[in-house]
Design a protein around this ligand. Structure first.
Ligand SMILES: Cc1cc2nc3c(=O)[nH]c(=O)nc-3n(C[C@H](O)[C@H](O)[C@H](O)COP(=O)(O)O)c2cc1C
Ligand SMILES: [Mn+2]
Length: 512
């Protein structure tokens, strides 16, 4: 019925990554320096207040596709501490729109969405490159332990006026390990400042942080923990990627960047953390202890009025580079890092799940504009007529394959189109939705499959059960459809199109 499923066992060599690109992927300081040189980071030297002002500037940066701000003179926190806002915001320069994201994954500024996603997928099929343990590194330039731990020495921002607290970790990841030592998990999730020596934040049971915590809970033991801020950008990206359970993200980072990530042992436990990280928090999570967290302006674009009880992260050591840079994501309306990083990483993991199921899938893309609440899947149109299933069955299979995966748990809506649509261009997706989706017959509903409970439109009962509110929307061209696309690309002979492009300036238009 389908092409044979591609097997996971046929491992490929890690990609060749240009040394300059590998350096920015594996070192946050080098990443910032490169973006400064490219004009995609600007230095803000005037005094800026971490209380709302950092958030306001960063939000406006996302919303106007401005360069990322490096705040060097903050009005709270110890002198020398810096903040980088919008570390993976989109750029206003069309040829480098994804430049900040591309610099996370070892690609050049001009890489497009497809190139980035295919790189992420191919790294999933490469042999993992395990981290290299080194004796020390820049993250140990300053070491504070015991009574000297004081999280208030950092400029911890209040990012939106609705937020229930100041967020230290909006662009960092947790490091935890199963009690048997077999699985080390790096995962991005937010943490709110609770007091000078503790944080509080979510650890959903379906996410790997929650799964590892559960194993420690069952033993009744505190879980050793670390959180990394200003991590190697490829490590942050991998920590925001729904790789399967049991996969240690550190080996994926090496495969992605083409070289191992260097790690050092934490001061107070056996966890390993990237050696050149800007800031490392170390400590433990007490079994059963919860405290109020949130609310916070979130990835879907809303802030809800209530917080929740979440696990507490006790900090017993802080290590940091000189003049540390705290990266900050001011979550909310797209595009911010929950869309550009998380959405892109979900796209890659989902594409791999669908291809490995043998489905005739061309590409998968979480439109940033849809705030990681929908994923668009394009299917190979050639040969679709010969499939031994209806289009409705095919769209159902795509949705059900996704909804059974770790990646598909995160995204409630699936939209399926033919591969004549460039799904990375949201205006083409809107055109397909409007002109190809039959409202009566083109939607399948999934009222009972598990899903992320944060989706804004869920009823209280659905959110409580973490089930339902999911769908697939069939935008495949109906069989026997007689329309032909009328456009520059489709309505003219290739020779004429080329001549028009060549003569564009001669017609009197500004050069494209
Ligand atoms: C900037 C950013 C912030 C995120 N914040 C959270 C969060 O607070 N809670 C959460 O469950 N996932 C959050 N995510 C998504 C997870 O990192 C993602 O689902 C990842 O797959 C989790 O790791 P795991 O698959 O190892 O569980 C965030 C992702 C990014 C990029
Ligand atoms: Mn994981």
């Amino acid at each position: 019925m389908f092409a044979p499923a591609r097997t996971a066992s046929a491992r490929t060599e890690p990609a060749h990554v240009e040394p300059a690109h590998a350096e920015s992927a594996l070192d946050f300081r080098a990443f910032v320096a490169r973006l400064l040189a490219d004009g995609d980071v600007i230095t803000v030297d005037r005094p800026v207040d971490p209380h709302l002002e950092v958030g306001a500037v960063t939000r406006r940066v996302y919303e106007t596709a401005a360069p990322a701000p490096l705040f060097t003179s903050l009005t709270s926190g110890a002198p020398g501490c810096r903040i980088l806002g919008a570390p993976a915001g989109l750029s206003g320069d069309p040829s480098g729109r994804y430049g900040r994201l591309a610099a996370h994954v070892g690609l050049g500024r001009d890489a497009g969405a497809r190139e980035i996603v295919e790189r992420l997928v191919s790294a999933m099929h490469a042999e993992p490159v395990p981290p290299r343990v080194v004796a020390t590194g820049p993250c140990k330039q300053n070491v504070l332990t015991g009574a000297r731990v004081d999280l208030e020495r950092f400029p911890v921002p209040l990012l939106h006026q609705e937020d229930g607290g100041r967020y230290f970790g909006t662009y960092g990841f947790h490091v935890v390990r199963t009690p048997d030592g077999g699985w080390t998990s790096w995962s991005a999730a937010r943490t709110m400042l609770r007091d000078a020596t503790s944080l509080v934040g979510p650890a959903m049971p379906q996410q790997h942080l929650g799964m590892v915590r559960e194993q420690w809970l069952r033993r009744g033991e505190r879980m050793p923990w670390a959180m990394v801020l200003g991590a190697p950008p490829a490590a942050l990206a991998a920590a925001g990627m729904p790789l399967p359970a049991g996969v240690s993200e550190d080996g994926y980072v090496g495969a992605l960047a083409g070289a191992p990530v260097e790690v050092v042992r934490a001061e107070t436990n056996d966890l390993l953390v990237p050696a050149n990280s800007e800031i490392v928090l170390e400590g433990w999570v007490e079994a059963e202890e919860l405290a109020p967290e949130g609310p916070m302006g979130e990835y879907h674009g809303y802030a809800f009025p209530e917080g929740r009880l979440q696990p507490v992260f006790h900090v017993e050591a802080v290590t940091f580079r000189d003049e540390p840079i705290l990266p900050v994501c001011a979550a909310g309306l797209p595009p911010e890092e929950n869309h550009t990083v998380w959405g892109t990483m979900i796209s890659a993991a989902a594409l791999d799940v669908l291809r490995r199921a043998g489905l005739p899938v061309d590409f998968a893309w979480c439109s940033y504009e849809a705030a990681t609440c929908w994923i668009v899947v394009s299917v190979e149109r050639a040969g679709r007529g010969e499939l031994a299933m209806s289009d409705d069955e095919l769209t159902g299979m795509i949705a059900e394959t996704l909804f059974a995966s770790h990646a598909g748990w995160l995204v409630p809506k699936v939209i399926v189109v033919d591969d004549d649509v460039d799904i990375t261009d949201v205006s083409q997706v809107v055109w397909a939705l409007a002109t190809r989706h039959h409202p009566q017959t083109g939607t399948r509903l999934y009222p009972d499959v598990p899903g992320i409970p944060m989706v804004p439109y869920l009823t209280a009962a659905e959110a409580e059960a973490a089930r339902g509110g999911k769908s697939v929307t069939n935008c495949l061209l109906p069989r026997g459809f007689r329309g032909r696309t009328a456009s520059f690309a489709a309505s003219f002979p290739a020779e004429l199109r080329q001549r028009v492009l060549n003569d564009w300036a001669a017609y009197g238009f500004p050069a494209a």
